[in-house]
Design a protein around this ligand. Sequence first.
Ligand SMILES: Nc1ncnc2c1ncn2[C@@H]1O[C@H](COP(=O)(O)OP(=O)(O)OP(=O)(O)O)[C@@H](O)[C@H]1O
Ligand SMILES: [Mg+2]
Length: 321
Amino acid sequence: MIVVCPSCQTQYDLDERLVQEPSFIARCSKCQHLFSAYRPVRVEEIRFLDLAAAKSRDDLANILAISNQKGGVAKTSTCLNLGLSLARQGKRVLLVDFDVQANLTISLGYKESVSFYEVLNGGANSLEEALIQTKYPNLWLFPSNKNMVLLNKKYFGAPNFEFVLKDRLLPIKARFDFIVIDTPPSIEFLTLNALTTAHLIVIPSQCDYLSAHGIDQILKLIGLIKAKTNPSITPRVLMTMFDKESTASKMICSKLNRLYAGMIFETIIEMDPRIREAQILGMPVLEYNSQSKAGLQYVQLAKEILGQPQPNGSAAQPIVG
Ligand SMILES: Nc1ncnc2c1ncn2[C@@H]1O[C@H](COP(=O)(O)OP(=O)(O)OP(=O)(O)O)[C@@H](O)[C@H]1O
Ligand SMILES: [Mg+2]
């Protein structure tokens, strides 16, 4: 595991097996700074509820979680632009920012907001009260803020902790056709809640040489979730930031198609600098530029999820709903 000193940024590569506690105090040998460090949660040590409890709660539909433990693979970009594309198809969409980085909230131009932390700990009376109706028709946001980091400490490992989000969404789920949840690049309270709540897990994967490793990791976790807390879960891999000029990108794309046959979206999201530009301006890419390549590919992804005809003429079955 890599531990980074927050003061001087020196990185230490520690043998994870020697670290017994989930969090510990470390001293940087370079600058002597004392700081809290966290061991990544091992999939094997997560305590799950039994399946019977899960079945009685399995009554939400059309919930998508965008997830991959690998960072920077376009989870947030996918959540935002797929969400807007579904909203433009006339679907009522709620985006849930379930990442302490709050990138989704910021990408929509919001800064100071409440979060799921306040919903559980006072500061917001209900999840409904915390919803933001965005300026885009049919699109709502449940925002995040930095307090979300406290949820892991407070609730991770508590009985039934994986079901907290699912329970809180129950009173409002009928108002939406789709709920799309952005998750952090780690396995913890937020990710396990999102995976327990969702029916479809969209796994964005960059076309780089470590992508298959990241997909294997999340599929292993989804296997456990399926057996323990959410039997009706479908994983689908979405190739992102594909560079059609790059031979490596093409080689990885065909490798992923071989390895995960039947589990990959037909739609591929290409590298498009407009995504970054739109993010800087706090808006979805289609709002920034209606002809953006990646933006139109997200529209195509929404159609694929809804089972609408594909550019190659095939009409897929709806993946959800
Ligand atoms: N199709 C694309 N073309 C070019 N840049 C992209 C594309 N998709 C995403 N990006 C850029 O890549 C970076 C990472 O994207 P994003 O924040 O969506 O990833 P993430 O998986 O949510 O990251 P994290 O794991 O930190 O939450 C951002 O700067 C984003 O603007
Ligand atoms: Mg993100």
